[in-house]
Design a protein around this ligand. Structure first.
Ligand code: HEM
Length: 279
């Protein structure tokens, strides 16, 4: 319904706009459909009619040679980066990105033939978040001009498997980030210092690990789920455990009984500061 109203407006607008500037008309409909699809692009047949689908060969012509336009693609989306000619044009420090979709290299830094590819399937979830940042950057600073045939879209503009892989990885990455964020809230990192004469120490305060709170906690070696390496975490010592905050029958030991914790050697269980074992 929302789509039909938007489309009707788009068509009426186009009839008028076409007389003046057909490109504006296309951009307008594209923006409307993007809105209708909740920011999701190229997902239906109507939209495919309005988005330019570049072939790889076509896109490769936009390298800014002889003062021409410069386009680059990221995640299958093509952006006009002519404004950034000093970076992307001939002789620019990032000219290897122009005329292609070199998505993977945006996070691997592999600026060679092997690295400048649109296969993102081997990238980590963390890398995917990096790509999302680049995508926001291009959406904000440059103009979207179409999509390119490649791993993300076929030559008709249909979504290909790589897009589905990307979406899944992004979903996982955001979930992981949420878990990590809440882990950092429940088990904030300790303050730490090291001096040649005194050695190292870790300690807790009402602000450590970037988390301000109304409790201090005690330092413990914390093995977060899925991590084989311990980090120093400040652990809450009173109230219910975090995994059951509503509990009425708790032992008032906070998270001290969490099985992923261990005491630093040579440190009292209730001390807020612990010397670090010498390496
Ligand atoms: C994976 C690694 C990297 C990638 C993918 C990358 C990519 C880019 C891109 C695409 C631009 C142009 C942005 C625009 O359109 O305005 C840029 C600009 C820039 N990059 Fe990088 N970069 C990387 C690493 C680095 C490193 C390690 C440095 C510094 C040691 C650096 C320094 C700069 C500077 C100074 C600019 C701005 C240049 C200017 O405005 O004149 N980059 N980078």
């Amino acid at each position: 319904m929302k789509g039909n109203i938007a489309l009707t407006f788009g068509i009426l607008f186009c009839i008028f706009a076409y007389l003046y500037d057909p490109k504006t008309c296309r951009t307008y409909v594209r923006a409307l459909l993007r809105f209708v699809n909740g920011g999701e692009e190229h997902s239906d047949d109507r939209l495919k009619l309005t988005v330019t689908v570049f072939s790889r060969e076509e896109l490769s012509k936009y390298k800014g040679m002889n003062g021409g336009d410069v386009y680059l693609a990221l995640l299958g989306n093509v952006y006009d980066v002519t404004r950034g000619r000093k970076h992307y044009g001939p002789g620019g420090g990032y000219s290897f990105f122009s005329g292609i979709d070199g998505s993977a290299a945006f996070v691997t830094g592999e600026f060679n033939e092997k690295g400048l590819v649109d296969d993102i399937s081997k990238l980590s979830n963390q890398d995917i978040l990096g790509l999302e940042e680049w995508k926001s950057f291009y959406e904000k600073d440059y103009k979207f001009v179409g999509i390119v045939e490649g791993s993300f879209y076929d030559k008709e503009g249909n979504v290909r498997d790589m897009m589905r892989i990307y979406k899944k990885k992004l979903e996982d990455a955001l979930l992981e980030k949420d878990l990590l964020d809440s882990d950092r809230q429940l088990f904030p990192s300790c303050n730490s210092e090291w001096a040649q004469n005194k050695g190292g120490r870790v300690w807790c305060s009402t602000k450590s690990g970037g988390i301000s709170r109304d409790w201090v906690g005690v330092p413990r070696m914390y093995y977060a789920t899925g991590s084989s390496k311990a980090r120093c975490a400040c652990v809450r010592t009173s109230g219910p455990p975090s995994y059951d905050p509503q509990s009425t029958s708790h032992k008032d030991r906070g998270d001290l009984d969490n099985p992923n914790l261990s005491l630093y050697p040579n440190c009292n269980a209730d001390s807020i500061s612990c010397p670090l074992p010498k390496k």
